[in-house]
Write a protein that binds this ligand. Sequence first.
Ligand SMILES: Nc1nc2c(ncn2[C@@H]2O[C@H](COP(=O)(O)OP(=O)(O)OP(=O)(O)O)[C@@H](O)[C@H]2O)c(=O)[nH]1
Ligand SMILES: [Mg+2]
Length: 278
Amino acid sequence: MLLARGGGPAGRASPPLAALSQVLRLERSRRTAIVFPLQKLERYLAPGTDTAPFRLFQPGLAALQRSEALFRSGRGHPIDYVSSAVRMDHAPPPALPEVCFIGRSNVGKSSLIRALFSLAPEVEVRVSKTPGHTKKMNFFKVGKYFTLVDMPGYGYRSPQDFVEMVETYLQERHNLKRTFLLVDGVVGLQKTDHIAIEMLEEFGIPYVMVLTKIDRASRGLLLKNVLEIQEFVKESTQGCFPQLFLVSSVQFSGVHLIRCFVAHVTGNLPTVEAEKTC
Ligand SMILES: Nc1nc2c(ncn2[C@@H]2O[C@H](COP(=O)(O)OP(=O)(O)OP(=O)(O)O)[C@@H](O)[C@H]2O)c(=O)[nH]1
Ligand SMILES: [Mg+2]
């Protein structure tokens, strides 16, 4: 596997904590909060709470570093926006393993993708305060390893052809390895999220839930939402990975772990490494 090193072109600097080397300089507890935000919550749970799903995917430093290298552009390892599509026949050929990010308008899909790509500053990912900003499926190519798709949001001000566009994509995209369903960490699961979950379940598409904007939720609220969703996933879903992922695209918490999970599900990380613990 190619491990590209070095930064992108001069110009935009990477945000603090975008690179593991920056995180490793923090003291231990703060480091855990950034790399494994879900584990950080563990100590506030009542004794006897089932925390096994908190640690299903718990990569070691080598795996985290290997994944980060994939997300760092460099000579011989370009990371590029490829194209936007509203119809499947406009999508790029399904040549590489792919992951996509779906969720309600404004939940933070584009922001998370921007954070994932922060070590490739030449890649532009647009975010906006206004819901309904992303109107097309935006495809990004990470070297010769995988593609990543930023989807328009559902719910408020979603594009009219959303249902047709996204449903068709999910049903037809054979190289799709995992769907990341983003849920707002402050408000928890909403009615429209349940509709999306039903659709993923019905199509038999493997997915994983990501709680976003955790910097905005109090610890109590976050715990409540995490436990509720975890229970729901256990009792009512088949295709959802039992471990929730928590992210703040502003503070960078959870972003390194998602890079690693993307590398893992697209077959770019040896299984043994993904299973090793820190
Ligand atoms: N505090 C905080 N704000 C965030 C975070 N992620 C996104 N936001 C803000 O939420 C708003 C929406 O973010 P986007 O990333 O554009 O959301 P989206 O899901 O792509 O929205 P659509 O394209 O409209 O579907 C922006 O104002 C972001 O700055 C986060 O982790 N923390
Ligand atoms: Mg967007």
